[in-house]
Design a protein. Sequence first.
Length: 197
Amino acid sequence: MNAVGEIIASRRTIRKFNHAKDVPLDEMKEMAHLASLCPSRMNDQPLEYVLIKDPELCEQVFANILWGTRNKVNTAFADPVFAPNSYIAMLVNRTIRDVGYEYDAGAAAQNIMLYAHSLDIESVFLHCINRVALSQLLSVPETHKVDSLIGLGYPAHTSTVVPVTNGTVYSLDAGQNILLPKRDPDSITHHNRYGAK
């Protein structure tokens, strides 16, 4: 596996961050630049990015993350002591495209998170958020909408891949480190036709 493969294989979601180091603004700008290079349907590029570093604003952003909405384990990460110290808010310019932008957003987010990981900056991709409140906090005009947030910082826990044994919902070990079940690649890979190995 080459260096790019190693970065992809080792990147994991982190939900508890330490605040010993700050995420440099220059690196966040580079993340947004690399996100802007992602594939875009018809090359119409509907995405924009708000780089959030102000500590007070970061606290307000954190208060509008809906921890535990889909997985109750996530309530363990609702303590602001472990909040990301920076965020990138991904916006959609609705005058360019109001539907069907999700593929762009996923590709852009992956560019951001992989580049961050290459710098030892870890991330969490956040969708369960209060978009109305965040739009007001970030002064987002009505022509745009908040799609998601990427929280950034330096990890205060680990996230380890484990085999799927009883569903794919992740859990925590005794130290509140994430145990992340992933399906075996051989079980999801088919050769030429479905079911052929």
